[in-house]
Design a binder for this molecule. Structure first.
Ligand code: NAD
Length: 495
């Protein structure tokens, strides 16, 4: 059985705790590897390594850090197919999705090329008599990233390019479900010239995470995962005095107004609901059909469902792969069950599709006439299930989004510019699309939701990422003339 180890101080490091977990190929149901789980002592060791590396790395000239990031970008691009193979094999997503994930990760490395400009301070001459003032942005020290299973290569890239570009050192704790892609990128970091200890990867579960959250030498924690865990990570890490950004789950609504082009809306709903098997935090899980568009829209979506080819993600013809684990597949099927029991109309039941082998496949499901009291509406399903809620008016549709406990992404499909503009203004959500179903911001904006989709006050990557990974210092300077120097006990009044 393949063993998946940690990456500490620039090299593969077998675990010593004696604890490990299984890694499966979701397309076959076979266990393909065993991943080491770190103990408290191993976390302490990796943090000590990162702390030592920080002393040197923070002094490395920015021009050199940028060089390293350029080389890293080229290596990730050159090896994108290798990374995609790891992603598909352990996560299940189809190869084209895996390549898309790498491409979106690359953007964040490219953004960090601009670090010289991004961390530039300010200078004011003669702020007071013979007094100059300047500000600088300095790194924090050792920062940690804890990442989810659904984007195992990209989400760490939301963090470490910016973190190390700013001069920090980084400890990544990826999901234990699909750890090979992030581990493979550690080798690329080393090849790019990132010095040993600057980026480290520690595999593990709650034990490793809990130690990172309380470790006195971890200055900041970036977390991406489900809402209950995000909330507890925020509470624990901030109680331990750390900076925290904890991004949680979602329930994203796509509002379709009666004037929308129904074919365009249906195509977009299919891509956004079932792409990556619905395992995206920006997936559309609810379509809100306003007014008389409901029947036309449901018919148009239904007509497209049977055309989506579900199969092993390694097969280039597959458009949707399996869910990540057997337990998750059963949980998603459970939401379909309760949806039907609670009164939703099942237009297409993915549970009826049959697949060869023991993979964690579930077909595409469409539920109509879903109401806000149903479990399938209230909870994040994170699978290939799209719910349609029907509302009479635009105002009722917006209210649905605004009272949702989640606030990650939302979109509106319409030809009415005024309605779209009003929607962008009044909707309570961090990321808004106008005729764009998955409005993930490009890397030079920042990504983040509102309400239960983000705990903390800083969004991730982009300018807010730079802010998160730096602390400001303001230096006030005077070069006194000994001839005019004098004692002055008063509060300075000279302006
Ligand atoms: P998860 O919360 O189960 O796990 C995320 C990370 O936390 C993993 O590294 C895991 O090992 C660790 N973890 C799990 N349970 C823990 C515990 N009790 N204590 C400490 N650490 C723990 O999430 P997941 O299932 O891997 O990922 C899917 C979830 O992530 C979905 O809810 C999805 O919406 C969310 N997500 C959000 C975003 C975003 O940007 N808001 C992006 C991607 C995924």
């Amino acid at each position: 059985m393949e063993k998946i180890h940690h990456w500490i101080d620039g090299k593969l490091t077998p675990g010593k705790s004696g604890r490990s977990g299984p890694v499966f190929n979701p397309a076959t149901g076979e266990q393909i590897a065993e991943v080491d789980f770190a103990s408290v002592e191993e976390v302490d060791h990796v943090v000590a390594v990162a702390k030592e590396a920080f002393e040197e790395w923070r002094t490395v000239p920015i021009a050199h850090r940028i060089d390293v990031l350029f080389r890293l970008r080229d290596l990730v691009d050159k090896h994108k197919n290798d990374i995609a193979q790891h992603l598909t094999r352990e996560n299940g997503k189809v190869l084209s999705d895996s390549l898309g994930e790498v491409a979106r990760g690359l953007e964040n490395i490219e953004y960090a090329y601009g670090i010289g400009q991004l961390i530039k301070g300010e200078f004011t001459e003669q702020a007071s008599t013979d007094v100059d003032v300047h500000s600088i942005k300095q790194p924090l020290g050792v920062v940690a990233g804890i990442t989810p299973f659904n984007f195992p290569a990209m989400v760490p890239m939301w963090m470490y390019p910016t973190a190390i570009g700013c001069g920090n050192t980084f400890v990544l704790k990826p999901s234990e479900k699909d750890p090979s892609a992030p581990l493979f990128t550690m080798e690329l970091l080393a090849k790019a010239g990132v010095p040993a200890g600057v980026v480290n990867l520690i595999n593990g579960d709650k034990e490793a995470v809990d130690r990172l959250l309380e470790h006195p030498d971890v200055e900041a924690v970036s977390f991406v995962g489900s809402t209950p865990i995000a909330k507890s990570i925020y509470a624990t890490a901030s109680a331990n005095g750390k900076r925290v950004q904890a991004l949680g789950g979602a329930k994203n609504h796509m509002i379709v107004l009666p004037d929308a082009d129904v074919d365009v809306a249906a195509d977009n709903a299919i891509s956004a609901a079932y792409g990556t098997c619905g395992e995206r935090c920006m997936a559309i899980s609810v379509v809100v059909a306003v007014g008389d568009v409901g029947d036309r829209l449901v018919d148009a979506i239904e007509a497209r469902l049977d055309k989506v080819k579900v199969g092993d993600g390694i097969d280039p013809d597959s458009e949707m792969g399996p869910l990540v684990t057997k337990e998750h597949m059963e949980k998603v099927a459970g939401y379909i069950e309760t949806g039907v029991k609670e009164g939703a109309t099942i237009v297409r039941d993915g549970r009826e599709d049959t697949f060869d082998g023991n993979g964690y496949f579930l077909g595409l499901t469409l539920l109509d006439n879903v109401t806000t009291d149903m479990t399938c509406y209230k909870e994040e399903i994170f699978g290939p299930v799209l719910s349609v809620v029907r509302e009479e008016s635009y105002e009722e549709a917006v209210e649905l989004v605004n009272v949702s406990p989640f606030g990650n992404g939302t979109s509106i499909f319409t030809r009415d510019g005024g309605a779209a503009r009003q929607f962008a203004h009044e909707v309570n959500c961090g990321m808004v699309g106008v005729n764009v179903p998955i409005p993930v911001p490009v890397s030079y904006f920042s990504f983040g939701g509102w309400k239960g989709s983000l705990f903390g006050d800083t969004h991730i990557y982009g300018p807010e990422g730079v802010h998160f990974y730096t602390q400001s210092k303001v230096v006030t300077t005077r070069w006194p003339d000994p001839a005019t120097s004098q004692i002055n006990l008063g509060f300075p009044q000279n302006r």
